[in-house]
Design a protein around this ligand. Structure first.
Ligand code: SAM
Length: 287
């Protein structure tokens, strides 16, 4: 009979966040697949658990995934852990889950620490609908494409970010969403220096002019104000919305770009109308 795969979440800072059930699964599994065996060994030592470890990370996931699958099919039970938090969430695991599920292996996920949910809960921003965006790419083009795809996003958006990239990312978020968009910067969650800075994108940029970002961050960003009640806006309404975005801190160019995405009006014509060059855009909108 085949064994099974357990996804075991581990603390994102505070070791006391390991649950009784996670501990039990780690004790009972035949082996543990770990992102970094040295990190996991420290946790196992803390829990006084001795267990064979297999390395499973981004760059060996194909070869190691196959070995893990074969052991499970041969009847062993595997507990998968990442360095911190829930496996498969911006961490290795997604491929292993798919591989095992495709082979009919039972996969069970134990609920537990996860930075995205912890941050969302304390952000003070709407939690009923949200979207997890993971890390923005360091590649300029895919980063811009990612941000462009979020211009109309009305749900709360959650990003992971490394401290050294934070100022750069805040600038890009500000450019895309406008300086007055709310953001909660959730730092060092569950650790001694846990901190939540609830501000606006321009407020965050200003703050980090004088303070060096340190530790781990989750950025929770307010969604866009829903724009269209009707399927189409008139030019006058579109221009009112352009002005609203400018009042919220967008440059005229960015405000026009955002409204153009959401309406029938071409960007250059909307821009001309916004600076008063054209009063008759309604007639030209089809062109
Ligand atoms: N699988 C993990 C989870 O369930 O949250 C996420 C792993 S991802 C490689 C690491 C990122 O998660 C960090 O760069 C940071 O954005 C976020 N993160 C992890 N622990 C955190 C903490 N204690 N406080 C704030 N952010 C954290």
């Amino acid at each position: 009979m085949a064994g099974m795969l357990y996804l075991v979440p581990t603390p994102i800072g505070n070791l006391e966040d390991i649950s009784l059930r996670c501990r039990k699964i780690l004790e009972q599994a035949d082996f543990i697949a770990a992102e970094d065996t040295r990190v996991t060994l420290k946790l196992l030592n803390h829990l006084d658990i001795k267990k064979p470890l297999v390395s499973y990370y981004e760059h060996n996931r194909i070869k190691s995934g196959q070995i893990i699958l074969e052991r499970i099919l041969a009847g062993e039970t595997c507990a998968l852990v990442s360095d911190a938090g829930s496996p498969a969430i911006s961490d290795p695991g997604e491929d292993l889950v798919r591989l095992c599920a495709d082979q009919g292996v039972i996969v069970s996920a134990i609920p537990g620490p996860c930075a995205v949910i912890t941050a969302l809960s304390i952000s003070g921003l709407p939690t009923s609908r949200f979207t997890f965006e993971g890390f923005l790419s360091t590649n300029k083009r895919s980063r811009q494409e990612h941000l462009q795809s979020l211009l109309k996003e009305t749900r709360t958006m959650i990003f992971y970010e490394a401290p050294h990239k934070l100022p750069y990312t805040l600038q890009d978020l500000c450019k895309a969403f406008g300086s007055e968009r709310k953001i909660s910067l959730c730092r060092e969650l569950t650790k001694v220096h846990e901190e939540v800075i609830r501000t606006t994108l321009s407020g965050a940029l200003e703050y980090y002019k004088n303070v060096s970002p340190r530790g781990e961050y989750v950025l929770v960003v307010e969604g866009a104000t829903p724009l269209m009640k009707e399927p189409e806006l008139s030019l006058e309404e579109a221009l009112i919305h352009v002005q609203k975005l400018i009042d919220q801190g967008f440059s005229r160019k960015d405000a026009v770009r955002q409204v153009a995405v959401e309406t029938k009006f071409p960007k250059n014509k909307l821009y001309d109308a916004a600076i008063g060059k054209s009063e008759s855009l309604d007639d030209q909108s089809g062109s």
